[in-house]
Write a new protein. Structure first.
Length: 467
């Protein structure tokens, strides 16, 4: 997956070890311990992380005992990942595991008296939580490096980006920690704050307003540590000349977005930032904003409630689909799941968060964070809203096959038939609004107890519900 999605030229070695029913019947301890010790001799790793699986949980195997036994025969450090697959999703698991690894090596360095606590001469930062396979994480990292360079802040370590566990004892050398994504890295930053009194900034620099808040928080943090800086001139210059989003949002092109509606759904970080950008920077009415990070409910509600009409916290994608069908926004900003829902409803969707698809790992440079990220987001928003009109023009001039009428909508609970005359009339309607007209007409027909949509029903629906 690293080579296919991240286009990483260095293939990660993978070993498969088959556990059959005979092994399960007598317990997998011997097999697991033997595999750990064998790979320790072959690969000579610094760290081995043993992760629970659904099967090990069902069998109630004592994995900590596996770790203790393997540690007696291995040179590498061995840690049992403290995650419950039945209670947490993969984002929570990665956050907890990263914190666990950092905690292990910080405590080990303290015990061995090798922890490096002498701060760097100039302001420096650890960036924590940039992950392989994260949504545009590698592109974001390029812009974050540029941002800190512009601010005169040196990079101490980027965790876990190509870092060794031996680097972790050097984390305290940095003046502060920076957590770009709430989903992974926040637990580690809080541990370092509690254990070593290291301050951290967790404001995601996504969108003009959030970048300003983030940079001002950084200015305040390093100011308390003795480095007095004023970044206001830098913020003004970047907003005027580097980011095109500020003037574009006030241009004649964006006047076409006046009165448009949108919904937002994704992880906490991207959904919250996108909601604020749409409402505060682009002037778009956000009907509702939601996240599947149910464990981050309180923060998310506080962050987005003033930018949207309703806040949705759920990991039920069927519920999300029904809400989209019910509210019928002009555009969707969500994950690949919402993109598929949008295709069924003929509503354009811009993907802003994982779960993702291979198309969300472009070879070209497309960050979502920093000032270049503001340009990418402005393009995404504008193109998402104008996509329907483009499809209509392509239909008129034969650019592609005519968009087929949706036969099953998420909102219809009863099958509705269309007469041939009504179908021909529906086909005359431009493709970018055809789906909405069809859904509204079917709703009207159901309310009037019609199972067949005729021309008369269409015209009546048009008059009464302005379809």
């Amino acid at each position: 997956m690293r080579s296919m999605l991240e286009r990483d030229r260095n293939f990660t070695p993978v070993t498969a070890s088959i556990v059959d029913r005979h092994v399960l019947a007598r317990g997998s301890q011997e097999k697991v311990v033997n595999n750990i010790t064998r790979k320790d001799k072959e690969e000579k790793p610094d760290l081995v992380v043993l992760t629970p699986t659904c099967t090990s949980s069902i069998l109630q195997e004592d994995l900590q005992n596996f770790v203790n036994r393997a540690s007696l025969e291995s040179r590498a450090d061995i840690i049992l990942a403290d995650v419950n697959h039945y209670r947490v999703n993969e984002l929570e698991a990665s956050d907890r595991t990263l914190e666990q690894i950092i905690t292990f090596y910080i405590n080990k360095a303290i015990k061995n008296k090798t922890l490096q606590t002498q701060k760097t001469v100039v302001p420096s930062v650890n960036i924590i939580g940039v992950l392989s396979l994260g949504f545009h994480n590698q592109h974001d990292l390029v812009d974050m490096k540029r941002l800190f360079s512009d601010l005169g802040i040196q990079l101490n370590h980027i965790i876990p980006e190509n870092a060794s566990v031996h680097d972790l004892k050097e984390l305290p050398k940095a003046w502060f920690n920076f957590v770009p994504y709430r989903e992974t890295g926040l637990m580690a930053a809080k541990f370092l704050k509690n254990k070593l009194d290291m301050p951290f900034v967790d404001i995601t620099p996504m969108g003009i307003m959030n970048i300003k808040s983030c940079v001002r928080a950084i200015q305040d943090t390093i100011g308390k540590l003795g480095s007095q800086n004023n970044y206001e001139e830098y913020l003004n210059r970047q907003t005027k000349y580097i980011s095109q989003a500020a003037w574009f949002s006030r241009s004649i092109d964006c006047q076409n977005l006046t009165g448009k509606t949108a919904i937002v759904f994704g992880d906490s970080t991207h959904a919250a930032a996108m909601t604020q950008i749409l409402s505060e920077e682009m002037g778009i009415n956000v009907l509702w904003s939601g996240t599947y990070c149910t464990y981050d409910k309180d923060w998310f509600q506080k962050k987005v409630s003033k930018y949207c009409s309703e806040v949705i916290i759920t990991d039920d994608h069927n519920m999300v689909g029904d809400l989209i069908a019910k509210t019928e926004p002009n555009a969707i900003f969500g994950t690949q799941m919402e993109r598929h829902i949008g295709k069924r409803l003929n509503i354009p969707c811009g993907v802003i968060s994982s779960p993702v698809h291979i198309q969300n790992f472009p070879l070209s440079y497309k960050p979502f964070l920093g000032y270049e990220g503001t340009n990418q987001i402005a393009d995404l928003i504008y193109n998402s809203f104008t996509l329907g009109m483009e499809d209509h023009l392509l239909e008129l001039f034969g650019g592609h096959d005519t968009t087929e009428i949706l036969t099953n909508t998420l909102t219809s609970q009863t099958n509705i038939s269309w007469s041939p005359e009504a179908t021909r009339e529906l086909n005359k309607i431009p493709g970018f609004v055809r789906g909405k007209v069809k859904r509204n007409t079917e709703k009207f027909a159901l309310q009037q107890n019609h199972n067949l949509v005729t021309l008369e029903v269409m015209y009546e629906a048009k008059e009464k519900v302005n379809t």
